[in-house]
Design a binder for this molecule. Sequence first.
Ligand code: GTP
Ligand code: MG
Length: 241
Amino acid sequence: MNINMNPNGELVQSAVNAPGVIEIPESFIAEAKQFRELMMMYTCAIRETKTKLEVLNDELAVRNQRNPIQMIKSRVKKPSSITEKLQRRNLPVNVQSIKDNLDDVAGIRVICSFVDDIYTVANMLARQDDVDVLVVKDYIRSPKKNGYRSYHMIIQVPIHFSNGKAKMRVEVQLRTLAMDFWASLDHQMKYKKNLDEADEIIEEMTACAEMIAAADLRMQRIREKIDERENPPSPFQRDRD
Ligand code: GTP
Ligand code: MG
């Protein structure tokens, strides 16, 4: 296949010995098509998983009169990040290698109101009979040294395409709004390499993570008290306890 490399006449005129037409090896084109198809499949896996989460949120909202999920964000990993991650791990950079080695091409972040909502939503998702849970990392019960907290799951969901079913992997990160606030600032810091007093900032961030975790739990207890006042246990319940 040929592509015409003449998007802008001026550029071609000023380029020295630039060929008007570039030959692209058929193998590259085939790989590019497969790559596009794979990214489409991950996009569909995100859509399917998001729907599952939205259904759970709708049902819990009707039952408990509040939304356990505040927000769902999602992304398909950028080609440059895919390449960077494979190269960093000394793995081949091709479509098969992406399928075999990367768990986080499809990523969903679920922002919950309270810590217990995270476990409720995660368990309900994990229990669904078409969801396989491959990996769980509970950085809420066991936070990272820097204070990072979130609940991570790598799940596999079947997606029905025209020529059959494919099991696609999706990384689901569940966290509270406060944990998300912390993680966003932490993420920004990673891109600012020349921070003066970096040690001091890291210490401050770890201290903030502890404060946030404590505040998350206090907020949850307040909500539990409000729930109890609104729906006191029935006398029968009390008799039984
Ligand atoms: P990756 O190679 O980054 O995928 O790490 P991993 O395979 O060990 O997985 P892990 O579950 O530890 O982390 C996966 C993702 O969680 C990262 O890509 C980030 O989005 C998020 N994450 C993990 N640790 C941190 C952290 O310390 N700070 C922030 N801001 N995000 C983190
Ligand atoms: Mg990972």
